[in-house]
Ligand binder design. Structure first.
Ligand SMILES: *Cc1c(COP(=O)(O)O)cnc(C)c1O
Length: 342
């Protein structure tokens, strides 16, 4: 991502943060069939902590001094803690009281100070934003300008990878709206710089159980109203009160895109297809994007002529996997006697 240093508000840091971004754009032709279009996958699991969050954390750290704080119990917490410890910076992570022990351990391995918060977690987010910098602590939350600046590099890299060709659309899962805001920023800057005549459409995908941005889009409103989110396997995209929701809606409108919701059943199927066909293991929240893409081409507005970049936002390696219904496991005792054909 530091190839775009002139587009960023900070200088490239040393250490682990230097190696964030620059992820591959994979032409995954085996995904074309179900999606009914030409599919490219921007594969973010190759980042140091396995998600695009490292982009925002790297810029967030480079743009602040002293301790950093974040309100997250998922990929953002891991990302901040990992990059902070490498930079010899203290990291404060605020997680909800009911976080699972597995998730807590994933964060804890990177040595942050963890505050487990009783009470309303959504309210806490707003409070830390208004605190902004408690003496010596800078909060780099999902919609902080430094994080959004870092996360725009996903968009810059995608456009640079296919140039001088242009993609018809970029499809990504959305929760707080921070990543979508960043990618929109990239497209606007490329357009303003005369580097893109027409910008790709931005299509955003949410889990049906918690889809405040998609609901506002369906109601044709400009503002996102908080929802009471239900359970979904896509926990990374289940923010019931997205801080950058309105900006995500504006991005969609500006680029003639859309916001769709997908069921957990569709998400699970998409996750399996990504691994089984394309060899790409992503987490459920990330697989939602492929489920959304299949829906977008089936019922419009995307056509089968389209070339699409799907953003695989986070790794599947942290999630338990289940055996496929018909695993190709062969039990044998005599290697010499096996033909191994087919
Ligand atoms: C954070 C996250 C998202 C959602 O990004 P927002 O910026 O919150 O909209 C999607 N996928 C994964 C894997 C994430 O960690």
């Amino acid at each position: 991502m530091w190839a775009f240093r002139e587009w960023l508000p900070v200088n490239p840091p040393e250490g682990l943060a230097r190696h964030v971004g620059g992820t591959p754009l994979v032409r995954a032709s085996r995904l074309d069939g179900d999606a009914d279009c030409e599919v490219f996958v921007k594969f973010e699991p190759t980042n140091p902590t396995g998600s695009f969050k490292d982009r925002g954390s790297a810029v967030g750290l480079a743009g602040t001094t002293g301790a950093v704080g974040t309100v997250s119990h998922g990929n953002m917490a891991m990302s901040m803690a990992a990059l902070a410890t490498d930079a010899d910076r203290r990291c404060l992570v605020f997680v909800p009281e009911d976080i699972s022990p597995e998730r807590l351990a994933h964060i804890d391995q990177y040595n942050p100070t963890i505050y487990q918060v009783a009470g309303d977690y959504g309210e806490l987010y707003a409070e830390t934003v208004s605190l902004d910098s408690k003496p010596g602590v800078s909060f780099v939350n999902s919609d902080s300008p430094l994080r959004v600046a870092g996360q725009k590099t996903t968009g810059l890299e995608i456009c640079a990878s296919v140039a001088p060709e242009r993609l018809d659309a970029i499809v990504l899962p959305v929760s707080s709206g921070g990543h979508a805001s960043g990618i929109w920023k990239a497209l606007k800057e490329l357009r303003a710089g005369g580097l893109l005549d027409a910008v790709p459409e931005l299509h955003l995908v949410q889990a049906a159980a918690c889809d405040p941005i998609a609901s506002a889009y369906r109601r044709q409103e400009d503002t996102v109203r908080p929802v009471t989110g239900g359970d979904t396997i896509a926990y990374s995209i289940a923010n019931p009160e997205p801080p950058s929701g309105n900006r995500a809606l504006a991005a969609v409108r500006d680029t003639a895109g859309s916001v769709v919701s997908v069921s957990d059943t569709a998400i699970n199927k998409a996750r399996k297809t990504l691994a089984f066909e394309a060899g790409l293991s992503v987490e459920a929240g990330s697989a939602a994007a492929y489920a959304g893409l299949c829906q977008l081409t089936e019922s419009g507005p995307l056509t089968n002529q389209a070339s699409i970049a799907l953003i695989a936002t986070g790794t599947g390696f942290r999630e338990p996997q289940e055996l496929s219904g018909d695993p190709r496991v062969i039990h044998f005792t005599d290697l010499a006697g096996e033909t191994m054909a087919e």
